[in-house]
Write a protein that binds this ligand. Structure first.
Ligand SMILES: [Fe+2]
Length: 292
């Protein structure tokens, strides 16, 4: 079996074949990692896995990050405290077994309100609805390259405060007072143009649009500049769409991508298991481009 891959779009994503994650060798892992570094999202179809095998593969990327303790509590895979359940299914008592429900999740990168956000996340599909629930990804290096130079020069010098109030399903995080005031909501500032810490590739780092704020600007100016940035960051030519099949594993880089999810019918079930790699890096401003 030898690894082969096909780019999904010129900007983002690669479909990788010839790898069984259940017993991946160190050599194949190295090749897979190199493909991932270049394409930011990798999709592996038809993976026959158990939870311990999924956990073992995930841990090859780094120390695992247990599920966040949200308003609804931790949603772990039973017996696997490091794996997170993303599901709209409920248990016998009516309690959701996982996070995020059946609604749309808007563009975001995971947990960027932390000073040292997770570097990578991975989803593995367990059960799927007949339609809906696609996950889309956007390439932040491609979005940065698509911007006019004047805009790049402007945003190289600024930070965005990444909101810590809401999760990607729009739910209030545990212990936080709900607010829709971007200037005063809790959060962490990060530079807008950072380096991917392992490849040094220049990339945008945006977090999520809701309650985002550019310190030092009036709210009106901050909103206008953020809308302009988000226009490039979510343009169709920098994005890809993943339609889930059973047995898919999708791995993404949180420093170089954003993702979103379509809603799906409330009377159907969608369950995925997620692993996340603990933050190893602090997002660091990229050196300003040399210009003639
Ligand atoms: Fe997410």
């Amino acid at each position: 079996m030898s690894i082969a891959y096909t780019p999904i779009t010129p900007a983002i994503g690669a479909r990788v074949e010839g790898v069984s994650l259940s017993n991946i060798t160190a050599g194949d892992f190295e090749r897979l990692y190199a493909i991932w570094q270049r394409h930011h999202v990798i999709v592996l179809r038809n993976q026959e896995l158990t939870n311990p095998q999924f956990e073992r593969f995930s841990a090859m990327l780094g120390e695992l990050d247990p599920p966040p303790n949200q308003g609804a509590g931790r949603k772990s895979v039973p017996g696997h405290p490091n794996l997170y359940v993303v599901s709209n299914r409920k248990d016998g008592t009516g309690e959701p077994i996982g996070a995020l429900g059946d609604g749309e999740a808007q563009w975001h990168t995971d947990m960027s309100y932390l000073a040292r956000p997770p570097f990578a996340s991975m989803l593995w599909s367990i059960e799927l609805p007949d339609a809906g629930g696609d996950t889309c990804f956007a390439s932040m290096p491609a979005a940065l390259r698509s911007m006019p130079q004047q805009l790049v020069e402007r945003i190289e010098r600024i930070m965005i405060k990444h909101d810590g109030t809401y999760d990607s399903g729009g739910n209030v995080r545990k212990g936080v007072t709900p607010t829709d005031d971007p200037m005063h909501s809790p959060g962490t500032p990060h530079p807008v143009v950072i380096e991917q810490p392992e490849t040094r590739e220049r990339t945008l780092y945006l977090g999520r649009r809701r309650n985002a704020y550019i310190p030092g600007l009036s709210l009106q100016d901050s909103e206008a500049l953020l809308d302009e940035i988000w226009g490039y960051a979510t343009a169709p030519q920098v994005t890809m769409r993943h339609q889930w099949r059973l047995g898919d594993v999708v791995l993404w880089n949180n420093f170089t991508t954003m993702h979103r999810r379509d809603a799906f019918p409330a009377d159907q079930f969608r369950t995925l298991h997620r692993s996340q790699i603990k933050g190893k890096y602090v997002p660091t401003a990229a050196a300003q481009e040399e210009r003639a």
